[in-house]
Design a protein. Structure first.
Length: 254
């Protein structure tokens, strides 16, 4: 069911964020195995806060496709960006697998009158306005736009209609982007890739993000602020730097 609000800035364009409620023990479990359930749930909440603050109040409609379905996600997003709370819409994800959920989100947007839909995940809090604009411009010329991630998947997909480009594609594999492009081509659809970006799925990804934010926290201010409090990440970062230094010294002696 659509949880409707009053604000509809540009009825033909939507940005969907695929997100979940940051529940302890069920959030970003790969990171949690290393850093702990509580800290990672709070970290993911910071991701969501950065995305809400950055993309709320723009000249397109911001939609949250959320899970689990029983959560009052509208009330939750109000806490992320109160100033934009009347400018964001929420609807539950539908489908047993992630590909089905992606297609369902595009179908929802299309059925509600959106003619151009961009969809991103919630694992890249550093995604920029420039990236979204790059995808919007590309969508003027092609049917499908993909933002590839370093792991072979994609952090963004944009389409004018809910094309069935997800069917038969095993998600969370290194071939997802390649197979999605092939599916689009097979259906006679035009496609384009925009600049790559990395998701935050594993500890090395988070350390990479932490280094970026140490240089310029404006890429994800809420995430930067929370990372500064994470003792477990500081411990792993120190160990990582120590290991790297030792390996460097070993290589010098060979």
């Amino acid at each position: 069911m659509w949880e409707q609000k009053k604000f509809m800035p540009e009825p033909d364009t939507a940005l969907i964020i695929m997100a979940r409620y940051p529940e302890t023990g069920k959030t970003k479990t790969r990171l949690a195995r290393t850093l702990g359930d509580v800290e990672v749930a709070q970290l993911y909440r910071a991701f969501l806060s950065d995305l809400a603050q950055r993309f709320g109040g723009q000249d397109y409609t911001l939609l949250w496709a959320y899970t689990p379905t029983e959560i009052d996600y509208t009330a939750f997003v109000r806490t992320l960006a109160p100033v934009y709370s009347e400018q964001m819409l929420c609807f539950p994800q539908q489908g047993e697998d992630f590909g089905t959920r992606l297609l369902s989100a595009f179908q929802w947007a299309y059925e509600h009158g959106f003619q151009r839909t961009l969809l991103i995940g919630s694992d890249s809090p550093q995604i920029s306005h420039a990236t979204i604009e790059q995808a919007r411009i590309a969508l003027d010329d092609v049917d499908v736009v993909l933002g590839p991630s370093d792991d072979g998947g994609y952090y963004l997909i944009a389409m004018r209609k809910p094309y069935a480009v997800f069917s038969g594609i095993p998600m969370s594999t290194a071939a997802v982007t390649e197979m999605t492009l092939a599916s689009a081509l097979k259906q006679g659809l035009t496609s384009r890739m925009i600049d790559p970006l990395y998701d935050i799925d594993e500890l090395p990804d988070l350390l990479r993000l932490a280094e970026l934010l140490a240089i310029d926290s404006s890429h994800a201010p809420a995430t930067a602020a929370y990372l500064a409090t994470m003792r477990s990440l500081h411990d792993y970062h120190a160990r990582f730097n120590s290991t790297t230094l030792n390996l460097h010294r070993t290589n010098q002696s060979l």
